[in-house]
Design a protein around this ligand. Structure first.
Ligand SMILES: Nc1ncnc2c1ncn2[C@@H]1O[C@H](COP(=O)(O)OP(=O)(O)OP(=O)(O)O)[C@@H](O)[C@H]1O
Ligand SMILES: Cc1ncc(C[n+]2csc(CCO)c2C)c(N)n1
Length: 260
């Protein structure tokens, strides 16, 4: 079975992330959703080659990026942190924000006619279409502001992981991250213990999983069945630098992010 490696080096400063022990080399794209920016937003911005705001996410970049740099002129900060694109149904972005970024050359994509997919879905589809097919396996989309808010939005965001299960997407808040571990791969997760862990979880999504096996956790699964209404692995603990996971179903992997 093919191996898929994972490593949260995007949470490390650029100089340390490139010398990480894992051999995962990915091209990051950042999606900013409409919630408070996490404290590591400027760091993720620097790691990413493409930055897209989902509708009201643009208000957050406009209002909150200058707060990370209190000694700098807010309009200089806003010019430096210019999104490549703003996409969504445009019912949350303020006109002054839209005009500001449109004048700087940000691409504005109004899809107000589509009321059946979320703004995150629209942004993921946009980013996937930018990348040539040959490079799609190296793409990793980081979505900030995805968790810890309205439960319908959180579930909608998790549903995007399932709808684009062959794309690496990581949902982030200040407190944790969530990603999908697709079946048909064996997964090797390199834990960045300076910034993440030890609390973690593995949860089947959409259907029961007949058999999951892990190493590196306090409560390892050994050919274990998981289902909602039965056993799911929450409040688990990472024990070492590497966690391995193999399952006959897609699983959600979540790990806490440390408060520095
Ligand atoms: N409270 C929240 N919790 C989690 N994700 C959120 C939250 N608010 C917004 N998002 C994410 O940010 C995206 C853009 O947010 P925005 O408020 O512009 O969406 P919206 O479509 O106007 O939402 P709605 O009309 O349902 O309030 C959403 O599609 C969602 O993915
Ligand atoms: C069955 C069903 N439930 C809810 C919505 C509403 N909805 C889902 S995504 C979206 C866009 C949000 O920016 C909206 C309004 C729908 N269309 N179909």
């Amino acid at each position: 079975m093919e191996l898929m490696c994972h490593c949260s080096t995007f949470l490390l400063p650029p100089e340390t992330s490139s010398s990480s022990s894992s051999s995962v080399s990915l091209a990051y794209a950042l999606v900013i959703l409409n919630q408070n920016l996490p404290k590591f937003a400027p760091l993720l911005w620097d790691h990413a080659h493409t930055r897209v705001c989902a509708d009201g996410g643009a208000n957050r970049v406009y209002d909150e990026m200058p707060l990370f740099f209190p000694h700098q002129n807010p309009s200089h900060v806003r010019t430096r942190y210019k999104p490549d694109a703003i996409k969504g149904d445009m019912d949350s972005i303020r006109t002054e924000v839209l005009d500001f970024y449109a004048n700087l050359g940000t691409k504005i994509i109004d899809e107000s006619q589509d009321q059946d997919t979320t703004d995150l879905h629209k942004c993921v589809a946009y980013i996937r279409d930018l990348i040539p097919n040959t490079d799609k396996s190296e793409l990793c989309i980081l979505a900030v502001g995805a968790l810890g808010g309205r439960f319908d939005h959180e579930i909608g965001n998790i549903n995007v992981l399932c709808r684009f299960s062959n794309t690496r997407i990581i949902l982030l808040s200040d407190d944790c991250l969530i990603q999908l571990l697709p079946k048909n791969y064996s997964h090797k997760i390199f834990i960045q213990s300076s910034v993440e862990g030890p609390h973690c979880g593995l949860v089947p999504i959409g259907m029961p999983s007949g058999s999951s096996t892990t190493t590196g956790l306090q409560w390892d699964l050994k050919d274990t069945e998981m289902r909602f209404g039965g056993l799911v692995s929450t409040s688990n603990i990472v024990k070492g630098d590497i966690v391995t996971v193999q399952s006959d179903s897609d699983l959600l992997w979540t790990i806490s992010i440390k408060k520095l």
